[in-house]
Design a protein. Structure first.
Length: 196
């Protein structure tokens, strides 16, 4: 589980507990090394620092996978993230294309070259808002088209009336109907691809 641009805060811990209550072993990774933001400017700085130096985060994700695989003995491992975490959920799938078994992206940036997407071997669920200006619907549809051209298993949902961060209950853009449906789809997706 990968956090939003705010860092590994109580919202993400709550989502981890919620998913664990469904019967999954959940490891919420911290890509910021303990740093947290409460203001958008701080979050932007943390996000930019991560983008400028992604190697420690990638090492962390490799270690997270190894922990779930070797220590927890998880038979299948998936990725899930929101916003920045959604982008990194896809990035983790691209880093470990033959190891990740399912990937969920909540309104994360999905720009990627088809040559990179071609390596993906897992099903991907994408959940986005039609009013999102950070990750525009046109970008999402282009990603979906690329995945389909490549014969990949992709399921994209764009919620009318929903904005970026529609599933964040403490945010200004929270949209209960879309958030609840996205969670229902997430649980069904993970049940199909991780619990079998």
């Amino acid at each position: 589980m990968i956090h939003e641009w705010w860092g590994l805060n109580d919202n993400v811990r709550g989502e981890a507990a919620r998913l664990a209550a469904e019967g999954y072993v959940v490891l919420a990774v911290d890509l910021y090394g303990g740093a947290l933001a409460t203001e958008p400017r701080e979050a932007m700085q943390l996000s930019q620092r991560l983008t400028a130096n992604p190697a420690p985060a990638e090492t962390n994700l490799h270690a997270a996978y190894a922990y779930l695989d070797k220590i927890e003995g998880a038979p299948r491992i998936g990725t899930i993230g929101w916003c920045l975490g959604g982008r990194w959920s896809l990035r983790t799938a691209l880093i470990l294309p033959d190891k990740v078994d399912a990937t969920v992206i909540y309104y994360g940036t999905v720009k990627a070259e088809e040559a990179d997407l071609a390596r993906l071997q897992m099903p991907v669920l994408g959940l986005f808002g039609a009013k999102d200006r950070v990750v525009p619907a046109a970008t999402v549809r282009a990603f979906e088209a690329s995945m389909r051209r490549l014969g990949k298993d992709v399921d994209i949902h764009i919620y009318e009336g929903a904005d970026h961060a529609f599933a964040s209950p403490s945010g200004m853009a929270y949209e209960a109907r879309a958030a609840e449906d996205a969670w229902r789809l997430t649980i069904a997706f993970l049940q199909e691809h991780l619990a079998r």
